[in-house]
Write a protein that binds this ligand. Structure first.
Ligand code: FAQ
Length: 310
């Protein structure tokens, strides 16, 4: 019966035993995972766009090769995540089209423009850095196919973070103009990076249930604090500052205290009114339309082969 299934599921979660694709699960658990994994996948593929803006203008062949490899990794992460979502019974095409139609979200951070070369380093350092803090926690998420995807993604993400920091270090050790460019980029990406963790715990409608199901292992605010604590020493090592006059070390708690996030800006961006929402979704829609013949040709080829085999 459903009660027996539910009791077994609850006991499995309580015992910290992962849930596999073929296990019984409550429908709301399945829907929450499709939402979160789907949004995560969309973020990876939309996240390719801001960096791609600088591919043709990378300052050296070495930087260009590194950036190309990183962007290809993001495509790969999108594919692992779409596959993980599909294990829950959704169709990849359906959730992708929902993203194109603005019915599914992707991370707020990718709606900001990349205005200078330092942004490429700062995205690797701060954006991938924030992503790792969130994703390391997700390696222990209760849904096994999602957790397994995260393990590989985290390894690649940590390489991304280091390449970003190394690029930022090169600029910090460069000319006054390069240091100014780096500081300008940090000023623009600092607050949006903190927003990646989502609303505060008191304003996060999904957190309580997702924590109870052990989909989320740490709250939005806990992970945001961990990111700030990790990052401030790195900022200081570069000789740069954060655009936050309230940022300071608090000896008593052993944490950095930081100022108030502009939540109006956050909600504007996730409702579709950020600086680049229109451009990002427009680019993906154009790519989807212009790739239609490739999808159709691949299907026709597969059908022909299947007919031959029969
Ligand atoms: N942006 O109740 P909560 C990457 C939405 S890393 C947009 O707290 P939840 C790597 C949230 O969906 C970025 N929307 O929700 C990379 C919900 O709306 P809904 C991707 C946000 O799910 C680097 C509503 O607000 N990482 O791509 C954001 O419990 C460089 C209420 O929020 C992930 O997706 C936001 N920042 O917690 C790639 C990690 N925050 O769905 C390329 C997996 C919240 O009810 C280049 N996801 N919302 O309509 C998660 O861990 C969670 O989903 C949270 C949100 C923590 C993001």
């Amino acid at each position: 019966t459903d009660e027996q299934h539910q009791a077994h599921f609850d006991a499995t979660i309580a015992a910290d035993t992962p849930i596999e694709a073929k296990d019984w699960m409550p429908d709301a658990y399945r829907q929450t995972l499709i939402r979160q994994i789907g949004q995560h996948a969309h973020s990876e593929v939309i996240g390719m766009l801001p960096e791609a803006n600088w591919l043709t203008r990378a300052p050296s062949l070495r930087r260009k090769a590194i950036l190309l490899a990183k962007i290809q990794d993001e495509a790969g992460h999108g594919l692992y995540l779409y596959s993980a979502a599909e294990t829950l019974g959704c169709s990849r095409q359906d959730i992708y089209e929902k993203m194109l139609d603005g019915k599914m979200k992707y991370s707020s951070i990718f709606n900001y423009p990349t205005l200078n070369w330092a942004d490429v380093g700062v995205i690797g350092w701060l954006v991938d850095g924030a992503a790792i803090v969130n994703q390391v926690a997700l390696c222990r998420t209760s849904y096994a196919p999602y957790a397994r995807a995260m393990v590989k993604i985290c390894k690649e993400e940590s390489f991304h973070q280091r390449q970003g920091y190394e690029a930022a270090m090169a600029m910090a050790n460069g000319s006054a103009a390069q240091r100014a460019m780096l500081q300008d980029s940090i000023n623009r990406f600092w607050w949006p990076a903190l927003m990646m963790f989502g609303p505060t715990d008191t304003d996060s409608p999904n957190s309580a249930q997702s924590m109870a199901w052990k989909i989320k292992r740490h709250s939005n605010d806990e992970l945001r604090q961990k990111f700030v604590d990790n990052t401030v020493p790195q900022l200081e090592a570069l000789g740069m500052t954060a655009p936050d006059p309230d940022l300071k070390w608090d000896e008593a708690s052993g944490h950095y205290r930081f100022g108030t996030i502009n939540w109006d800006e956050f909600y504007q961006v996730i409702k579709g009114y950020g600086l680049c929402n229109h451009e990002r979704v427009g680019d993906k829609r154009r790519a989807w339309e212009s790739g239609r013949w490739v999808r159709e040709a691949a299907m026709a080829h597969a059908e022909k082969n299947a007919a031959k085999a029969a």
